[in-house]
Write a protein that binds this ligand. Structure first.
Ligand code: PHE
Length: 457
């Protein structure tokens, strides 16, 4: 088997794999999506459920994906083919490839916005009269027809370029320097934001739960979806990255490291955004544009603000890039194997299709804003289907596969847990807790749980 795989790439070093997995996890999900979803779902109560989802569902499934990927040494679909030929588990692989297409299609749109903001700061920043005007500038930009498409194209072209060159050369190097820089910058900005006068309101919004929010099942679904999205989980991205790993690494440490870093980033991003949101009188539930209207206000009021804006949007775009690369890699790795395409051909074709697929998401905000599904525009609908439905469902299947489809002794050995208490707790979580929790959250958010309850009362 190793002979067959001898032409597959491998990470250059142990650090290379962890950095790449972290680069996949840390992205727009931590800053853009985390802050607006937290804002929309009422803050602290949401945050609590989100943290529970990370610990009790997310980390165990990260471990499952790493273990599957390293064992199978194949892509999201191929891994299931290899480990369980002819079994239905492979559905998770196909859903993963589909999710990669859907997520990257709108991810490219938002990432394009960050690239545009970077260029705006490069040319001197925004000159506006008052804080409300940042919303006007932003809305004017995203509702226009061609400009967002241009930036989306630019971002996707860079993403394709990196995947074109290949896993090792392309991905490892970029993450090593830029991610720590982004972390430092976000911490500095959080410190500054906390000094703006909205700190106490922001802290109570983020950390003092309004328990009544927990009565709304959609809060759970949003938290679950955010956990999966932010951890790059449930779609085989971590299977694919795990497959470039040699047998020498210790997986549990890597899984914990990725989850801790990703969650830390999100919380500090919250501390950067929300104090400013309250200080500037912005509505926390403003929606997907939240960071794009809040941050320029911060940069405007800080010394060397234009430089900060420049550095921030550059690093955010870089973080988005390493996540986008992992999304594209899921699909590209599959097409390379399935159709025997070259890496170059696969990156260009798949990347091109995903760019085209993203166009409606971009236009749906402006010219096509009449098209909505359950009140959501095209981008939000894509995001909802992929993040809140496909990823948790993929995670559910992966958990069941590892928990029930593997011999327990194999699962424990291949995961590096071995015959330990924590290893057994992990298997228990995969077998029972995670699948049941995900299932109940689905059930509750469709209203079915209420229906069932009412039948018994
Ligand atoms: N986790 C990435 C982010 O937070 C997005 C992503 C989702 C990447 C799924 C890969 C797979 O931005």
């Amino acid at each position: 088997m190793d002979q067959l795989n001898s032409n597959r790439e491998q990470w250059g070093s142990r650090l290379g794999f962890i950095l790449a997995a972290m680069g996949s996890a840390v992205g727009l999900g931590n800053i853009w999506r985390f802050s607006y979803v937290t804002g929309e779902n009422g803050g602290a109560a949401f945050l609590l459920v989100y943290l529970l989802c990370i610990i009790a569902i997310g980390i165990p499934i990260i471990m499952a994906e790493f273990t599957i990927g390293r064992k199978a040494q194949s892509d999201a679909v191929g891994s299931f083919e290899k480990l369980a030929p002819g079994k239905p588990w492979i559905l998770a692989g196909f859903m993963g490839v589909a999710s990669a297409f859907i997520i990257l299609s709108f991810y490219g749109v938002i990432a394009g916005w960050t690239v545009k903001y970077f260029f705006s700061y490069l040319t001197g920043g925004f000159s506006v009269q008052n804080d409300e005007a940042y919303a006007d500038v932003f809305v004017g930009f995203i509702t226009s027809t061609y400009e967002p498409l241009f930036w989306q194209f630019a971002f996707m072209a860079i993403t394709v370029g990196i995947v074109f060159v290949g896993v090792k050369k392309g991905i490892e190097a970029t993450n090593k320097i830029l991610m720590p820089l982004l972390a430092i910058l976000v911490v500095i900005l959080a410190g500054y934001s906390l000094s703006l006068g909205g700190a106490s309101e922001a802290l109570s919004f983020l950390f003092t739960p309004d328990w009544s929010k927990l009565a709304d099942p959609n809060v759970y679904l949003a938290a679950l979806g955010q956990a999966f999205f932010s951890l790059s989980l449930g779609m085989g991205a971590l299977i694919t990255y795990g497959s470039y790993l040699s047998k020498k690494e210790q997986l549990p440490g890597a899984a914990l490291g990725v989850a801790a870093l990703d969650t830390g980033f999100a919380i500090i991003a919250g501390l950067m955004i929300f104090p400013a949101v309250f200080a500037f009188g912005i509505e926390p539930g403003f929606g997907p544009g939240l960071v794009f209207i809040t941050l320029p206000g911060i940069f405007d009021s800080i010394a060397f603000g234009t430089l900060f804006g420049l550095a921030f949007f550059f690093l955010l775009a870089a973080a988005a890039l390493s996540s986008a690369v992992s999304l594209l890699e899921v699909a590209v790795a599959y097409f390379i194997r399935k159709f025997s395409w070259s890496r170059q051909k696969a990156s260009l074709i798949v990347g091109g299709i995903i760019f085209l697929l993203g166009i409606p998401s971009s236009l749906g905000i402006g010219p096509l804003s009449d098209i909505t599904f359950f009140g959501k525009d095209i981008l939000d609908s894509m995001d909802f289907i992929a993040s809140n439905i496909l990823l948790p469902l993929g995670g559910l299947i992966i958990a069941l596969f590892m928990g029930w489809g593997w011999k327990k002794t194999d699962a424990l050995a291949e995961s590096d847990f071995g015959d330990t208490a924590i290893g057994h707790a992990w298997i228990f979580t995969l077998r029972y807790f995670a699948p049941i929790a995900i299932f109940l959250i689905f059930l509750a958010s469709t209203g079915l749980l209420d229906l069932i309850k009412s039948l018994f009362s």
